[in-house]
Design a protein around this ligand. Sequence first.
Ligand code: FAD
Length: 410
Amino acid sequence: MANVYDITIIGGGAAGLFAAATLSSYIKEGNSLNVLLLEKMHRCGLKIGITGKGRCNLTNTKPWNEFSTHIHPKNIFLKNSFYAMGNTGVMEFFEGIGLPLVVERGDRVFPQSMKALDVVAALERHITTGGIEIRKNTPVTKVEHLPDNFIIETESGAKVHSRAVIVATGGMSYPTTGSSGDGYAFAKGLGHKITPCFPSLTALKPKNYREEYHGISLKNVSVQLVVNGDVVQEEFGDLDFTNGGIEGPIGFKVSRKGVHSIINGQKVELRLDMKPAVSLKQLQERIAREAKEVKGDQLKGVLPKLLPARLVKIFLQENKGVSLANLHQALKCWSFPITGYVGYERCVVTAGGVSLQEVSQKTMESKLVKGLFFAGELLDLDGDTGGYNLQIAFSTGAMAARSAITGITR
Ligand SMILES: Cc1cc2nc3c(=O)[nH]c(=O)nc-3n(C[C@H](O)[C@H](O)[C@H](O)COP(=O)(O)OP(=O)(O)OC[C@H]3O[C@@H](n4cnc5c(N)ncnc54)[C@H](O)[C@@H]3O)c2cc1C
């Protein structure tokens, strides 16, 4: 008879590593458990390594009532997991395993070392010192459910028998880190529905987007997302023009609805207000005052006082009919028709995934297959930027691990 593991985790990313770390803590408390973690790539946590620009914004300290407003599409699904292992729990856990943390602007939490790879190293150390085996370079190709256990097949043809399985294979963003959507096929094969996926926290590409924009950053502007002529979202903050399109903090915020609307064939537009702190009338008055000081071409003389230098020429090219008389209107409503977006190759997160209707929000267990658990980005659950996505992975990973223990010990 082949060795039967109690729990096998598929995927050594944020959710899988945190699930394994939770099981390791349980073993270190003196309990006996036979656990295996299977990771496709040569290293665990490749994506964690690139989070927060290599610094890893691992959670956000906001209380649940605020935190939950950053979770989509159904934040209530996360509530039980968050209450069991929320942001404070995650912070205590990491500090307890020797990873000091700091809180920065926007309640964002980082390792004090500012090194994302330290997060991976701390997790792996905690997992392996609990006696849990991590098998790297081991892509899982198939998950089969038998009446009393699971058979997990790997690329080499090897078969692993396990009483419970936690699928934590991530979404499809940055597939070079290992997350290429394999878990959706496993879930489908076991009878689960997948809510259609799409890239989120990504750049929106304006029509006729030109190279001159690349590298321009705007501070304290506001953006409206307009779908089929209706304003559906408005955000205030910083925005970046990159080689992908419009992104940065507020660009990302509107990207979820923006991409979804484009996929649905709707007409999408971004309207930039370059001066959100003043009313139209106040801006008109300011322009009139500034113009009095200018000798020569008043429009060209006034614009550098109102826009970053690199934007002046582009603004004039893009707003052909603009004059001193209507400049206030053009600055408060600069329209960018959006025709595309940057896909999975460079988006931060995958929206959509394993349908929440068929997973218990109290345990992360499948409602269809006993002993099967899901965690992390693979689920139809995603967050804004600011530490929300890693917290989703940690909370659901911990919940899946605890429920799997309960399942096999009952
Ligand atoms: C550039 C970037 C920056 C980000 N920054 C932040 C941030 O600062 N804060 C934040 O909260 N979120 C951030 N995120 C999002 C966050 O990283 C993810 O939401 C989170 O990592 C998801 O965790 P996961 O475990 O579900 O998936 P992943 O971390 O993607 O892990 C999935 C793992 O499963 C493995 N796997 C896949 N298929 C198989 C298979 N068939 N067999 C075995 N193993 C398999 C993969 O190799 C991978 O190791 C960022 C994302 C990106 C792309």
